[in-house]
Design a protein around this ligand. Structure first.
Ligand SMILES: Cc1cc2nc3c(=O)[nH]c(=O)nc-3n(C[C@H](O)[C@H](O)[C@H](O)COP(=O)(O)OP(=O)(O)OC[C@H]3O[C@@H](n4cnc5c(N)ncnc54)[C@H](O)[C@@H]3O)c2cc1C
Length: 440
């Protein structure tokens, strides 16, 4: 009987996991996760993502144990640790999910070279992280990747979905040493967000059941309603691969308006991944020249990141980010547009702050959404500026979202909260607007 290694990365699940399914097919399997020192040494490390990662690993271990297996945890240099495990059990194959960042491409290259010296093969599985593999769809113009979403989405909808893979019924793991999972503070001393949602595959699957049993039906009409909080909240589970995006699409009714609109967002995720896979430099370089020349203003940046700009919808969003490590998509867009277009601060500075705090942050979605908002990316109308007052009136018409996060403004009722400068006596502790916008 042969032994294979399933090297988990951003695919922390047993359901619909091509990596685990392929590794378990041949016989014994080592379900392996390496706490990668190269990532752990990055400064600053995201306390929120570390905490989520550790709970996701604990849930993965439980899922594996339910099937007779367990998670093998190692810590150190990924190449060296995987080579050690391969030598200890005599594995002939290591399976891993293909991913799109420059770091993951280098990791795969190093693993392939290192393992070949042990007579072991690295097999990458492309349909693990995204629904449609990056590079599988190319425009008829002959370009290497899509840079406009609408034609990409048309093709994405026509692409046949691979079948969902059942979780393995039983797993046989050879005798091999494993480390205990560390406490979050062992990896990152900072406490992170007080109201962070945590969990892994089983928590994520419960959320999906609830989401698809009704709330998704209203997604097309309510996803931008900030107070209603009517989006799925699945992003961290998708980021860490506790959920399979392919399985989600299978289970979503694409013929219904809500289901179609929801799948469209999953296609945005794929779109960003295919772009970053083709252009890893876009993590930090502009796709195109932006409409404004960025300036340096540490005072304005501090006000933005601390939620003190004087615009309640922006400040609510930025305080939610610190408190929960998460924000609704519409709030991210308004906050990013404000930083880059109103305050004219470079998108990379805002993106870096999001990377620090967002529990779902990934290089593809974060950086490319920031570029979209800044007008340096794939927005077909790069000059558009989202007026924070109009956005607030449209997406928080009753002011409840702003009131939820700004207790010092709770004496302002209805949408009067969005213009606190008109009632200065009712908001004595709230700062004046940091910059002027139309409609004040
Ligand atoms: C400036 C900015 C930064 C962002 N950074 C990230 C990030 O680091 N990680 C991340 O996953 N998303 C990011 N997004 C995209 C989006 O805002 C979040 O995915 C979404 O708000 C998460 O909430 P949800 O799970 O309730 O999403 P839902 O609205 O329920 O959407 C379902 C899923 O679709 C995907 N999705 C939704 N919108 C987008 C989008 N615009 N681009 C790509 N995928 C999308 C996500 O996986 C999400 O979980 C960013 C958006 C902006 C404007």
């Amino acid at each position: 009987m042969s032994i294979a290694v399933a090297l988990f990365t951003r695919d922390l699940r047993v359901h619909d996991n091509p990596v685990l399914a392929a590794a378990a097919r041949g016989g014994e399997v080592v379900p392996l996760f390496v706490l990668d020192e190269q990532i752990l040494e990055r400064k600053p490390l995201s306390a929120n993502r570390i905490r989520f990662l550790l709970t996701a690993l604990a849930e993965l271990d439980t899922e594996l144990r339910d099937r007779g297996g367990r998670l093998v945890v190692r810590r150190g240099d990924v190449g060296a640790e995987v080579a050690r495990v391969v030598a200890e059990v005599g594995a002939r194959t290591v399976h891993i999910a293909s991913d799109v960042s420059r770091y993951s491409a280098l990791r795969a290259e190093r693993l392939r070279d290192g393992l070949s010296q042990h007579g072991c093969e690295l097999r990458e599985h492309s349909g693990t992280v995204t629904v449609v593999a990056p590079g599988a769809l190319v425009p008829s113009s002959g370009a290497a990747h899509f840079a406009v979403f609408t034609p990409y989405f048309r093709r994405w909808l026509e692409t046949p979905l691979r079948a969902v893979l059942a979780a393995p019924n039983t797993l046989t793991v050879p005798e091999i040493e494993s480390r205990a999972l560390p406490e979050p503070t062992e990896l990152c001393a900072k406490p992170g967000s007080p109201r962070l949602s945590v969990g892994g595959e089983s928590t994520g699957r419960k959320l999906v059941r609830r989401w698809l049993s009704g709330p998704v039906d209203d997604y097309a009409t309510r996803s931008d309603d900030l107070a209603a909080d009517a989006t799925s909240h699945l992003s961290p589970y998708l980021h860490f691969g506790c959920l399979s995006a392919t399985e989600l699409v299978h289970r979503t009714d694409l013929s219904a308006d809500g289901g179609h609109a929801f799948a469209r967002q999953l296609a945005w995720r794929d779109f960003n991944h295919q772009l970053l896979a083709a252009r890893p430099d876009l993590a930090w370089s502009n796709l195109r020249r932006g409409p404004v020349q960025p300036r340096t203003d540490p005072h304005a940046f501090d006000a933005w990141r601390e939620g003190r700009t004087g615009y309640p919808v922006i400040d609510a969003a930025m305080r939610q980010l610190l408190a929960e490590g998460w924000m609704p998509g519409r709030a991210r867009l308004i906050a990013a547009s404000f930083l880059t277009k109103n305050l004219r601060i470079d998108w990379r500075i805002g993106a870096d702050h999001f990377l620090r705090w967002l529990v779902d942050a990934d290089i593809a979605n974060n950086q490319l959404n920031w570029q979209w908002a800044a007008g340096t990316g794939t927005d077909t109308r790069p000059n558009r500026v989202l007026n924070p007052l109009r956005q607030a009136e449209r997406n928080d018409p009753g002011g409840d979202y702003a009131r939820r996060w700004l207790p010092e403004l709770n004496t302002l009722s209805g949408n009067a909260i969005h213009r606190p400068w008109r009632a200065p006596l009712l908001a004595p502790d709230y700062p004046p607007p940091i910059v002027e916008v139309n409609g004040m």
